[in-house]
Design a protein around this ligand. Structure first.
Ligand code: ADP
Ligand code: MG
Length: 396
């Protein structure tokens, strides 16, 4: 077996690096540590020195992203540096998942990953991706006027198309939010950041509930369900639709309890009638919710058509089994009525915001959309009985 890192490897290899000694790899077959020859060190990966760094375009919680020029092809690309400093045992399995999932996906609404390149001495690994001029979080934070309804419809249809493709391929993204949606200068929306994405199997295996950034987190996760389905991405997409229409985050909770409160205010209190098994969810065993009998979507979106309200309602079904699929959403009559979705080519390219994305020091402290990059971020109180997990332990 070729144990060096190449672009198609699906194996979790462990690489040991120190400054003084040559790097070694742990063979999965023999269990021995072997030295890596000088000539084999990069495997089939190119070195990052073949790229000219242009500027930093983003910094999420888990990686720094640069705009760079590939000196071989002269094309601009995005380089996402995976953080390995805290890893003692080689590449984190989450990183391998992101690489593996992205390399196997190809769709116009999913960011295209071109290759993996390595830094010196395996201390860093970079994902090379197509470069997109904008992310929706920075755009929303910088735009003066909200997106028009035709533009909102255009963005949402592209998001549904990307989600349908992912879900048909048994991938749950698990962190759909505006900062993970990119847009290129042709108005094409791309789902990015597969750091939390998982391939699911049937029957579904339990997974930790603490995924998805709080504001976009589905109620089944907030109530401690360990069964993840594609419906969690649809809930997040519903939050994005609300955010795009209203030009402000729909459910900006400050804690898990506050998040639940905001959901109840907007949609009413669920019960076993509309969501069978609801009262048996882990966090509800010792906990009773206040009663709020009204669905307030219509008050919250007074200008929205009946079809628009219906679409929001099917995306916000409490019972994940009843929640709409991405295909159902794309078929909604909301997209067929006036005003019709605009063509991506006619999306404004917002040149005034291009490359203005700045990453202020301590950005996490500012409560804008970009500061919400950590799905594990909580603001104090948690749901009783629900342990707060660190990213390193986020999965089985
Ligand atoms: P993290 O896991 O750290 O959140 P992301 O993949 O979401 O990493 O990247 C962080 C930010 O970097 C994004 O919100 C976006 O602003 C920018 N970014 C990521 N990928 C690209 C890309 N392909 N083109 C342009 N900008 C990107
Ligand atoms: Mg991100």
């Amino acid at each position: 077996m070729d144990a060096t890192l190449d672009n198609t490897s699906k194996h979790n290899i462990s690489i040991e690096t120190t400054h003084s000694k040559p790097p070694k790899f742990l063979s999965i077959l023999t269990g021995d540590w072997n030295e890596i020859n000088e000539s084999d060190r990069f495997g089939k990966c190119r070195s990052v020195t073949e790229f000219e760094k242009l500027n930093r375009v983003g910094e999420g919680t888990y990686g720094i992203v640069y705009r760079a020029r590939d000196t071989k092809s002269n094309k601009n690309v995005a380089l996402k540096k995976m953080r390995l400093e805290t890893q003692k045992d080689g590449i984190p399995v989450t990183g391998l998942r992101e690489i593996n999932i992205l390399l196997n996906l190809q769709h116009e609404n999913i960011v295209d990953m071109l290759e993996v390149v390595v830094g010196k001495s395996f201390e860093s690994i970079f994902l090379v991706m197509e470069y997109c001029e904008q992310d929706l979080a920075s755009l929303l934070d910088n735009m003066n006027a909200p997106f028009s309804e035709p533009q909102v419809k255009c963005i949402m249809l592209q998001l549904f198309s990307g989600l349908q493709y992912l879900h048909e391929n048994f991938i749950i993204h698990r962190d759909i939010k505006v900062s993970n949606l990119l847009m290129n200068d042709k108005g094409c929306v791309k789902i990015a950041d597969f750091g939390l994405a998982r391939k699911y199997e049937l029957p579904v295996r339990p997974m930790t509930p603490t995924v998805v950034t709080l504001w976009y987190r589905a109620p089944e996760l907030l109530f401690g369900s360990k069964t993840h389905t594609t419906a969690i991405d649809i809930w997040s997409a519903g939050c994005i639709l609300g955010e795009l229409l209203d030009h402000k985050p729909l459910l900006p909770g400050r804690s898990e309890i506050h998040q639940i409160d905001l959901i109840l205010d907007l949609l009413g209190t669920p019960n076993d009638g509309i969501w069978p098994g609801f009262s048996k969810l882990p966090s509800l065993e010792n906990f009773t919710l206040r009663k709020q009998p009204y669905n307030n979507l219509r008050d919250r979106f007074p200008g929205l058509s009946e079809a628009g309200i219906r679409l929001l309602n099917i995306m916000f079904m409490f019972d994940p089994n009843k929640r709409a699929s991405a295909e159902d959403c794309a078929e909604s009559s909301y997209f067929k009525e006036q005003p019709r979705p605009c063509d991506p080519e006619f999306m404004p390219s917002f040149p005034q915001h291009r490359l203005k994305r700045k990453i202020p020091k301590g950005a996490e402290k500012k409560e804008n959309r970009k500061s919400l990059d950590d799905p594990f971020k909580t603001f104090g109180d948690g749901v009783p009985g629900q342990a707060l997990l660190k990213r390193a332990r986020w999965d089985s």
